[in-house]
Unconditional design. Sequence first.
Length: 423
Amino acid sequence: MIIPRPRDLAVLGGSIAFSEDLVRLTPDPGLPGEGYRLTLKEGRIELSAGGPAGAYYGRQTLRQLGERLPEGVIEDAPRFGWRGVMLDVARHFMPKAFVLRLIDLIAELKLNVLHLHLTDDQGWRLEIRRYPRLTEVSGDHYTHEDIREIVAYAAERFVRVVPEIGMPGHVQAALAAYPELGNDPSATYEVWTDWGVSEHTLNLEEETIAFFRHVLDEVCDLFPGEYVHVGGDECLNHEWERTPRAQERLRELGLPGAHAARAWITGRMADHLAAKGRKLVYWYEKPDGPPGATTMTWLDEESGTLAALEGRDVVLAPHLRTYLDYPPEQEAGPFFPDRVLSLSNTYHFVPPNAPGIIGVQAQLWTEYMPTPADVERQAFPRLLAFAEVAWGSAGDYSDFLRRLDPHLTRLAAQGVSVGPLIP
């Protein structure tokens, strides 16, 4: 149940004035870990939960229902275990205070993953103590202490933080700090100030593999969760195709050509993470990822089912359904004319029933969102619609719109910058 519309609600009649003092919590191992049952009758509120997360979500539902609670029984549990939001802090840095605020906002919606896009061509935002120049050349960044605070704050709200360290493309900020990681040893690089896809990629040397293994070691120390994202998308082959040393290295490795280099690097990182008990996640574009990796399908809606049929765990992130940086209606600008995501299209995203699909995720890319207020305006109200899709309770769109106003009022009272409501 999100705002609020439980999938199983039996109304008995009458109402109860909500007070935390009235809530009696009882464990129920028959419920899923994130599931809960609320029994409201005779002036009492009994909250049965399958685990601590279920108890947390049950209390969220009570708060969302308001001061007067209808007597009845509510039983609810999510469809997906991965209900995510990706925040790009590389293109435009977002202050720690805003990251904490966003955790509060997504936890209220029973979303449980915050994916932080920490590195890209335009910035490297995570302190790596072994390689300090990574953040020295990029400026604003999170310290180890910042990350530990963010992770702990999120955990208290049953939100997992998944870090993304992009490679082998989208690495120009890393090359600006350590040019020896690139394919031209004589080149100098700058942190990119344009948008789009830089042609610069990592070289294929063992020293570069070792460099990023060391980076991931620090990442794993900071982020205790199961998953680490390594990007892998929009990786151009040009430098590997035209650089003599890259061609020589491809022959040494027995790779069939430059098109296989990206998957080789991703596979090396997957092996390293697996040895540390972690799972690699990558942006899926074609079926060449390492065995056992979790795919995040973004190009279209069909890719998710295809990746699942390959036997992979899949997080669905099709851009025309989940990219909240796209405008809610057609307008002139960088996304004109074909990249639009309306509130209705967000709500009507129907994830397929396929084995291996473990979740869905909304994206907040920040090329054109330089401030936290910009991010909030793009996120809301569409994130409310996405939350019902992720929970599995999306249904009657007209009913969703009817229920929307009090929650927009609640967000405004919290000082959240809410974008225009365009049904």
